[in-house]
Design a protein. Structure first.
Length: 181
């Protein structure tokens, strides 16, 4: 049964994902099916509370959800601000050029295997282009982002969800009885 007016904002990643009853990494509930349409209704840090078409709600690692494209803006309406993919593309090009140079130097005998490993240590590049779609690895953020030419959204991340901080409480104040002050 679908909840009236349900419109998904995201889908679960292709490998599925765990869900929790509360934004706490202990005690995962049932796993969510791959590409399940969900509506993201709340965020707390890395956590996102989702609602499924049948009304069931759970907490997930919100960074892993894949955004569903929104309707195009109406003519004359404001354009949305979306992260620009060009800086990530430029970094990927520069890193790929560094790697290519190291491979060429190794093939030419100018580097041995140890020097090649040293030169390419900590170099991480990730680019997949499939028509208008692009997946880029953002090494600084430790995440894969997806873009369709109009903006980027987090696709997957290297880290799991973090626990949320408990709500701040007012300090306890001791009050002495009237006669003891």
């Amino acid at each position: 049964m679908t909840t009236p007016g349900f419109r998904p904002t995201h889908v679960v990643p292709p490998q599925g994902m765990p869900a929790w009853a509360a934004p706490d990494p202990a005690g995962a509930t049932v796993p969510l099916d791959a590409l399940l349409p969900v509506q993201l209704v709340d965020r707390r840090g890395d956590w996102g509370r989702i609602v499924c078409a049948n009304g069931w709600s759970a907490w997930v690692d919100g960074r892993l959800l894949i955004a569903v494209p929104k309707d195009p803006p109406t003519p004359g309406g404001p354009l949305g601000n979306a992260p620009d993919p060009r800086p990530l593309l430029a970094r990927a090009e520069a890193d790929l050029a560094r790697y290519r140079t190291a491979v060429e130097d190794l093939a030419a005998g100018e580097l041995d295997g140890e020097a090649f490993r040293h030169r390419t240590r900590n170099l991480r590049i990730g680019v997949v282009v499939d028509g208008p779609d692009v997946w880029l690895y953002d090494e600084e953020q430790g995440q894969w982002v997806y873009g369709d030419g109009t903006g980027l959204s987090t696709y997957a991340t290297d880290a799991g969800p973090r626990a949320t901080a408990p709500p701040a409480r007012a300090p306890t104040r001791l009050v002495a009885p009237e006669g003891e002050r």
